[in-house]
Structures are given as structure tokens and as C-alpha cells.
Design a binder for this molecule. Sequence first.
Ligand code: BV8
Length: 243
Amino acid sequence: MTTPTFDARWREARRIAVLTGAGVSAESGIPTFRGAGGLWRRYRAEELATPEAFARDPRLVWEWYDWRRRVIAECRPNAAHHVLADLEVRVPEFLLITQNVDGLHRRAGSQRVVELHGSLWRVRCPAEGTVTERPEVPLPSLPPRCACGAVLRPDVVWFGEALPTDAVGRAYGAAEGCDLMLVVGTSALVQPAAALPAIAKAHGAYVVEVNLDATPLSHLVDELHRGKAGEILPRLLCALPGP
Ligand code: BV8
């Protein structure tokens, strides 16, 4: 159990950036990628979440995404998501940068959100470039097809693909300009998202990590909270000044 040390930097923070990973959704029942009880059958993300895997076997990749969509549809945002949604209206400048594609931050009410890796609730037509919300589970057929006949893909960023330029710009801008960055539930292994806390630190931000385990970031953060996000965040943020 960690006792939240409450540095003045928390109380004085006016520009807060938050970076979340799969760990923030773990207590909602969504398996993380790399922890115990990993996210898929016998494959690793790096083998399935790639354009090559999709080109080779779009049905297999879609079976994986349709299964994840069905798991996530049964889950609800947890206390960590809700606290972060409350936080965004309590400071003048706020941006929630998430690597997650599960949509739970938005379901919890967060509006100032950048989905660095997209969302598995949207599909994209590779031929037309159109993006459509597809909330239904299960999908009626796999792989889903566009009216134009093309096989649709999930609107997520796969390994080896560039992140959306606008999302990267907003995330880097927030990292460079914030006075406090909160890093929650990420193994800090996937680039370029994992570089954001070091960028914030280099620009003078106070960096706080909330994670069950140590990560490559743990040596550089100013404040470490070892434990579950759903338990730590409510304690940490209840002491912040009111809206
Ligand atoms: C790019 C979307 C360049 C899809 C994801 C070598 C070869 C090829 C590429 C690379 C390479 N080396 C580096 C790269 C780049 C590569 C990369 O970083 N690879 C890693 C694996 C080394 N990155 C890319 O390819 C990126 N693109 O570089 O493009 C480029 C530029 C121009 C033009 C063309 C190309 C794209 C990366 C995005 C990949 N897509 N997801 C999908 O989800 O289906 S990544 C995937 O991992 C998810 O988004 C996930 O969020 C992300 C990171 O994982 P985490 O969120 O951190 O989750 P994880 O399970 O790892 O950790 C959970 C943590 O939570 C743990 O620390 C755990 O302790 C903690 N935890 C658990 N429970 C709790 C908790 N904490 C608190 N409370 C709890 N209850």
C-alpha cells in the first residue's frame, strides 16, 4: 500500500498530461498485452497487429479483434477511468493521451482524449480511406467489407505503421508544455508513446508513475506509486483542489 506523497507540484499543476496504457483497463476485466494472462490465444500482438498479418490472413486478424470487441463490450470503465474523466475539468489545461484502443476513457466521459493507436470500435476502408464507427458485436461477417467491396480493417495503428500525425502532434505538444505528467498502466515498451514521459521530464514537468510493476520509466519519474490504478488514482486525485 502506498501512501500518496502529495507534492506541491500536484497542487500547483495547471497543465496536466496523462499517458495511459492497458493497465488502466485491467481492473475493468480487459487483459493487458504483456502481463500474465496475456491478451490472445497463442499469438503475440507483434505477430497479429501488423499489416503483414492482415494481408496474409484478414479473417484471423479480424477473429482476434472481434473477440476483443466482444470482451470489451462486457466490461465497464473502472474508478481509474472515472477519476481521469473528472480530472480534466479541474485544471485549466488537460490532455489524456491513451495507447488503448478499447474506448473506455470516452465511455467514462473523458473528452480531451488523444487515441494514439486508434480505436477498435472504428473500421477503415483501405480503398476509400473512410472511417466508420461500428459498435455492433459480434460483427455480422468476418472480415467485414465496405460497400465498395474492399475488406475493411480496424481503425488502429499496427506495428510498423505510422501513428496519426495530428494525434502525435497533440501528444508531443502536451508532453512539452505540461507541468505535470501522470503515467498510468503502461509497460513503456512501445514507441513512440513510451518516449512521451522523458520528453515531459526534459521540459521541466513533474512526472508521476502509477503501475503494478517497475518499468523502464521508473528510474526517471519524480513520484512512484506501486499498485492498482483503480485504487491509487482516486486517493491521489481526491486531494486535488476542487473544480
Ligand atoms: C512506428 C494497437 C514507425 C493495435 C498497438 C523493431 C521492429 C519494428 C518496429 C519497431 C522495432 N523497435 C521499435 C519499433 C517500433 C514499434 C515498437 O515500439 N515495438 C515495440 C514492441 C518494441 N512501434 C511501432 O511500430 C509504432 N509505429 O514506430 O512507426 C513509422 C514511422 C513512419 C512511417 C512508418 C512507420 C506503432 C506502435 C503501435 C502498435 N499498436 N496497439 C491493437 O491494440 O490491436 S501497441 C499495443 O501496445 C497497445 O496499443 C498497447 O497499449 C501498447 C503498449 O502496451 P501497454 O499499453 O503498455 O500494455 P502492456 O500490457 O504492455 O503493459 C500493461 C502495464 O500495466 C504493465 O506495466 C503492468 O504492470 C501494468 N498494470 C497491469 N495492471 C495494472 C497495471 N498498472 C496499474 N494498475 C493495474 N491494475
